[in-house]
Design a protein around this ligand. Sequence first.
Ligand code: FES
Length: 169
Amino acid sequence: MTAPEPTPVADPTWKRDFPYEASAEEDVTRREFARYLVAGAGAMAAGNVGLAIWTQLRTINTGEPRAITPLAAVPIGEPHLFRYPTDADPAILVRLNDTDVVGFSQKCTHLGCVVFYEAEEGRWHCPCHEGNFEASTGAVISGPPTRPLGRIEVEVRDDGAIWALGARP
Ligand code: FES
């Protein structure tokens, strides 16, 4: 004598509309999760590589060495405007004393307004949002900028001229 067959229980309505097994559902979820994980890790790795390249490029000097102006033509404490490394890049230098000359990009590192030299304050001043930078280093003194002014390496050569050697953003 055999045992009676159990009476089949009808599937609930939701199971008829969505006929997936719980185990199969889990497999799909796991696979998708792994896919997102790999895609996310790949995107983060690519982002890190891009960031490293960008950071490296930012530290490379740009511009060819070029004579800017005779030292004798720049009075102490007076700024001198020029363009460097290209004609589209406003730059400014100031002769701090008999021998020391410093040069910077004239673009404020906040939103790109031009900075002006204020000899009596010993600073570069950006009038747009009252940003201030230290005269000899370009370091931020106050205001919204978070980065120092872009530095332009300058030197006084034997020919008596001030030379720009390269720009550092
Ligand atoms: S642009 Fe110079 S402080 Fe904002």
